[in-house]
Ligand binder design. Structure first.
Ligand SMILES: [Zn+2]
Length: 199
């Protein structure tokens, strides 16, 4: 039977290769060796012939700190993750979700990080980039609210103008308006991020 590696994991590895081109790959792995084949392991192909686990070598000198990578994955809560093992610790998205627990398996995973992805094809073959850019390089688009904020401020000013014979302090009401327009999110996640009411 032919087998292949889950697409999400190939994407994961290609991102790591791009980040750390000179990295050691001696403990990398996808398909299980004979010891893996003797027991249930995501390194063995599933019923569709797909391997849903990958090992990435710990090589901090060349840009791959396996423990750090594991922690980035844990914090990412990426829905593709099933579980990750690194340096005598394991976290899972299912059991005690996203919490480190001690790992007492025969292989302490001090030379590589193990990543298993979920069993559904829609997840294991999802090739969206993994959020594993180096620290402090969080990928976040600039706050673009197409036209929204500026248009609203202009509208407020021109609306306030006819009444400007009244106390000039009326203009101080504009921040309220702009904070309301600030909160026009259609996505609950974005609204939450900016402390706005969930749409
Ligand atoms: Zn492994």
């Amino acid at each position: 039977m032919s087998f292949r590696t889950a697409e999400s994991l190939l994407k994961f590895r290609s991102q790591i290769d791009a980040m750390a081109p000179g990295r050691d790959k001696s403990n990398d792995g996808t398909i299980g060796d004979t010891s893996h084949q003797a027991r249930p392991s995501d390194h063995n192909p599933n019923k569709d012939g797909v391997v849903t686990a990958m090992d990435i070598t710990h090589d901090p000198r060349h840009g791959v700190d396996a423990g750090e990578l594991a922690e980035i994955l844990r914090l990412s809560k990426d829905p593709r993750i099933k579980y990750v093992i690194s340096n005598r610790r394991i976290f899972s998205s299912e059991k005690s979700p996203w919490q480190w627990r001690p790992y007492n398996g025969a292989n302490a995973h001090t030379h590589h990080v193990h990543v298993s992805v979920m069993g559904e094809k829609a997840l294991y073959d999802d090739t969206h980039p993994w959020p594993i850019e180096p620290r402090a390089k969080v990928i976040e688009p600039p706050q673009r609210r197409p036209g929204g904020r500026l248009t609203n401020i202009t509208a407020t000013v021109s609306a306030a103008r006819p009444n400007s014979s009244a106390a000039p302090t009326t203009t101080t009401s504009s921040p309220t308006t702009s904070s309301a327009s600030r909160c026009r999110f259609t996505s609950a996640a974005r609204a939450r991020r900016y402390g706005c009411p969930i749409p």
